[in-house]
Write a protein of this length. Structure first.
Length: 433
């Protein structure tokens, strides 16, 4: 009885150990033997970016156009209507700080008053001077007549007296002639002085008028009907009350044409080579995720730029929105899915199945009871899957991860002379890059 009990206990232990061993081995084997089958069907390559809506065409609301002529190079916004306000043509949009131009206007007013007084003084002085010169000419004319009469009366006088009369007459005549010449010169001088002061006065009056017209432009009105959207500064921030504009960038806001919209997005330098004009785009609005729009790439920048909060260079891409929707507003955030390439029928597997070795790529597949290390040729690739152009069939069972018995796996290389089948894909008329 004791020997039988011992035998039963021993057999029980052996059976339990065997069951446990098979159980854990089965779990490990199941873990190492996760298989997938290649998917056959449409395969797409998509670049996803975030964009911002803006109107393709818009009317700019400009600040003063003659500020530089007025010597003003910095203008601060003191009042501004709320963004999104719908305005009519001629309606108020913004006020600029007028303190600097007001000082210049008052200074010009004083200069005009001074020049007007100077012009009046010069005119009076010239009038008085010429009047005195004319009186002197009249007096000299009388003196000359007196000397002429004295000469005529000296006919019967002694020769010395006659000669003295001739000398007095000639002196009077010469004085009269010289004074007459001087009068002409004084008249020209007076005219020149008056013209100089008049020119300065006219110039300052024009300057005053320019200040007055420029001051009116400091109150900015809408050039057309539309919705006010703040313009952006060089750093990407929108203009607000307190922002400064200058003559080189006088745009305060814009009136967008909402009938034609586009999404402005930026693509990193790794993916930009995949993007081309004409590619189709699916857009979604962050404000309304249920709404889906379509678009097409209309422009791709040739030169990259460093955007704020970005470590790498990015390239601007413009996406034309096909639909016209009254709910679309500038500055709305969009999610853009740019269709880079598409194959109508392809075999694809997850990227996890690939095991590159140098320039060669392998996958592991099950062939009956053995494991095969199969060389494959790759086709299109997206973020999750890859098209296998050669090396597998639709019925293959492929290891999702590397199996444990890779040392015993049979290696199958592709024939060196064979060429992979041509890619039969389309992208609305554009080939994949």
């Amino acid at each position: 009885m004791k020997s039988r009990l011992t035998l039963i206990i021993s057999l029980s232990i052996i059976i339990i150990a065997a069951v446990l061993w098979f159980a854990f081995k089965g779990k490990d084997t199941a873990k190492a033997s996760i298989f997938i089958s290649p998917k056959k069907g449409e395969f797409t390559v998509v670049v996803t970016t975030t964009g911002e809506l803006q109107a393709k065409n818009s009317t700019q609301i400009m600040g003063p156009t003659k500020a530089m002529m007025a010597g003003i190079y910095q203008m601060k916004i003191s009042r501004l209507v709320d963004e999104g306000t719908t305005v009519k043509k001629g309606a108020f949009v913004a006020d600029l700080d007028k303190s600097e131009i007001t000082d210049k206007f008052k200074e010009s007013q004083l200069n005009v008053q001074k020049l007007e007084a100077q012009y009046l003084q010069t005119t009076l002085d010239s009038t008085l001077t010429l009047s005195q010169a004319r009186d002197e000419l009249v007096n000299l004319s009388y003196t000359r007549e007196e000397k002429k009469l004295a000469l005529e009366q000296s006919t019967y006088e002694a020769p010395a007296m006659r000669r003295q009369a001739e000398i007095d007459y000639e002196r009077a005549q010469r004085t009269y002639d010289q004074t007459r010449k001087n009068y002409v010169t004084k008249k020209r001088q007076a005219i020149a002085k008056i013209q100089a002061v008049a020119a300065d006065l006219m110039k300052e009056r024009q300057r005053l008028e320019m200040f007055q017209n420029t001051m009116k432009e400091f109150t900015i009105v809408a050039p057309a009907d539309g919705m006010v959207i703040y313009a952006r500064e060089w750093n990407g921030k929108k203009r607000v009350v307190g922002s400064t504009i200058n003559p080189w960038d006088p745009t305060v806001a814009t009136l967008p044409d909402l009938s034609e919209m586009e999404s402005i997005t930026y693509v990193n330098e790794v993916d930009i080579q995949k993007i081309a004009v004409g590619q189709t785009v699916k857009l979604k609005l962050d404000a309304d995720p249920n709404k889906t729009l379509t678009g097409v790439v209309s422009a791709v920048a040739n030169i990259g730029e460093q955007r704020p909060n970005s470590d790498s260079k990015v390239f601007e891409v413009r996406v034309h929105v096909n639909e016209t929707d009254s709910t679309l507003r500038p500055a709305m955030t969009t999610s853009n899915e740019i269709l880079v390439a598409r194959r109508d029928s392809a075999l694809s597997i997850p990227l996890e199945c690939l095991h590159p070795e140098g320039t060669t790529t392998f996958i592991y597949k099950k062939d009956g009871g053995t494991t095969v290390k199969q060389e494959v040729k790759l086709g299109l690739m997206n973020d999750n899957d890859v098209v296998i152009a050669q090396g597998i069939s639709e019925k293959d069972e492929i290891f999702l991860s590397m199996p444990e018995d890779v040392q015993n796996a049979k290696v199958a290389m592709l024939p060196k002379s064979s060429e992979p089948p041509a890619e039969n894909h389309s992208l609305d008329g554009h080939a994949a890059k």
